[in-house]
Every structure is written in C-alpha cells, then in structure tokens.
Design a protein. Structure first.
Length: 81
C-alpha cells in the first residue's frame, strides 16, 4: 500500500512538536506494512465516512481513509481527552 498525506495533515505535522513528527513517521512505516500492527491501535473511527484512526503516540492521533491501494492521511491532531 502507498501512503498519501493531505495538505491539511502536512500543515498539522509542521505545527506539531518534533517528537510527534518523529513518532508519526515511525507509525507510517508500520501502517505501510501492517494495518493491524499493535502499536497503531488502528480502528474504524467513522463508519459513514469510512474514516480510520490510529495512534501516533499516547497524546496524538492520525486519521486516514483507505482508497484502493492507498492510505490517505487526512489529519494529525492531539488526542481529544
């Protein structure tokens, strides 16, 4: 699977702290090879929109769609607690 990152997600990443950016890239490597990698804790977030959520770290999440042979990262945000 290939990974596409939206402009919105890139802007969010640019504003994120450096440790979050580093963790995000590590998690993308896991996603590229295995959607069900335990570190991701990936789950369907919104069934109607076919939106998934996965973990960047304990405090941040990223959201993505699965479209044909690509994961489309739509946003990277602090986890709402």
């Amino acid at each position: 699977m290939r990974i596409d990152i939206s402009k919105r997600a890139l802007e969010s990443l640019n504003d994120a702290p450096q440790p979050v950016r580093k963790a995000f890239h590590k998690q993308l490597a896991y996603l590229e090879h295995n959607l069900h990698h335990p570190s991701l804790r990936a789950k369907k977030y919104d069934e109607a929109k076919d939106l998934w959520q996965a973990r960047v770290n304990q405090s941040w999440r990223f959201y993505f769609l699965i479209h044909h042979d690509a994961y489309i990262i739509s946003d990277v945000i602090p986890h709402p607690k």
